[in-house]
Ligand binder design. Structure first.
Ligand code: GDP
Length: 325
């Protein structure tokens, strides 16, 4: 066991993942999730192979039909010969690595398809936030040659807003009978969707949800050349309307590229990631050089009015400089 671990080379893993080996893909995602000491090497090895996939975020309230829709979308993409990688993010679960696949993601019919890779992940990484391991895992799937990377999140709290920051295209799923029309506005969902899907269109109330949504979206002014979010209806269980969703996703992808928005969104994403890594690295260095005690002392000084938080931050940063020097 020890021997095989030592023999594990990151470049071999990346090569195997790129050759379509699901085991290598899974292993790379685990390295990312566990914040392995190899993480740096993994990220560097993936870098030259990324940027090709269309990253699609799918969000909506629990029960709206995300898992069913994901499965239907996978089927539609596969019919076109596109390879699909799926990350199902569960914000409520401390478990990851596929523990939830059986119950939450009903995709047994894709289990033997080599063109499909599905993985569920806990939302919160060790360093906190969807924003840490999710983009790295997305990068693994992108580098492994999946044409589409689908990131599915439950629309509670901040996670749907975060996923919108990570995806090229964000799909917001609604359904009748869930009070979603009004909730959508409240949750700020109107700002994040590129494509809106009213699922469970076989039920009464679907046209009304679509109408309400259209009315709300029309309040937002859009200038010439801006993307107009389509509102589509589906029955995820039967696959009705799903090909229209795929067409809308492709249209959005083409608009992203032609308008320059894709480069802009991706640069913003990279900036956020660089910042997060830099801040985490600073924090780690404070811990390493034993400045945590100093931080406590500084905090006390700020509380007592002997210092202020800006001056205290300067002291902390200066102390790092001294250690580095
Ligand atoms: P999730 O929690 O958002 O992932 O939702 P699921 O995909 O688990 O679906 C929740 C329930 O809605 C399940 O019982 C599905 O079978 C059902 N469902 C999903 N899509 C549709 C649909 O288009 N019409 C109807 N009537 N039920 C659906």
């Amino acid at each position: 066991m020890k021997g095989s671990r030592r023999a594990e080379s990151v470049s071999d893993l990346v090569a195997s993942a790129r050759a379509g080996q699901a085991r290598a893909v899974a292993r790379l995602i685990s390295l990312v999730e566990d914040e392995s000491p190899l993480l740096r090497e993994v990220t560097a090895a993936l870098a030259p192979h990324t940027g090709r996939a269309h990253v699609i975020g799918l969000t909506g309230s629990p029960g709206v039909g995300k898992s069913t829709s994901t499965s239907a979308l996978i089927r539609a993409f596969r019919e076109q010969g596109r390879r699909v990688g799926v990350l199902a993010i569960d914000p409520s679960s401390p478990f990851s690595g596929g523990a939830l696949l059986g119950d939450r993601v009903r995709m047994g019919d894709h289990a033997t398809d080599e063109g499909v890779f599905i993985r569920s992940m806990a939302a919160r990484g060790h360093l906190g936030g969807l924003s840490w391991s999710t983009p790295q895992a997305m990068r693994v799937l992108d580098a492994a040659g999946f044409d589409v990377v689908l990131v599915e999140t439950v629309g509670v709290g901040q996670s749907e807003v975060e996923v919108a920051g990570l995806a090229d295209t964000t799909v917001v799923l609604l359904a009748p009978g869930m009070g979603d029309g009004i909730q959508a506005a409240k949750a700020g969902i109107l700002e994040i969707g590129d494509v809106y899907v009213v699922n469970k269109a076989d039920r009464d109330g679907a046209p009304q949800v679509a109408r309400e949504l259209r009315a709300m979206l029309n309040f937002a002014e859009r200038s010439e050349g801006e993307w107009r979010q389509p509102i589509l209806k589906t029955v995820a269980q039967t696959g009705d309307g799903v090909s229209d969703v795929v067409a809308a996703l492709d249209e959005h992808r083409a608009w992203l590229a032609s308008s320059g928005t894709l480069a802009h969104r991706r640069a913003r994403r990279a900036r956020a990631e660089i910042e997060a890594i830099a801040v985490a690295s600073l924090r780690r260095r404070w811990t390493e050089v034993g400045e945590h005690d100093q931080l406590d002392a500084l905090a006390t000084a700020v509380v007592d009015g002997q210092s202020d938080s800006y001056a205290a931050a300067d002291v902390l940063l200066d102390s790092l400089d001294h250690h580095v020097g």
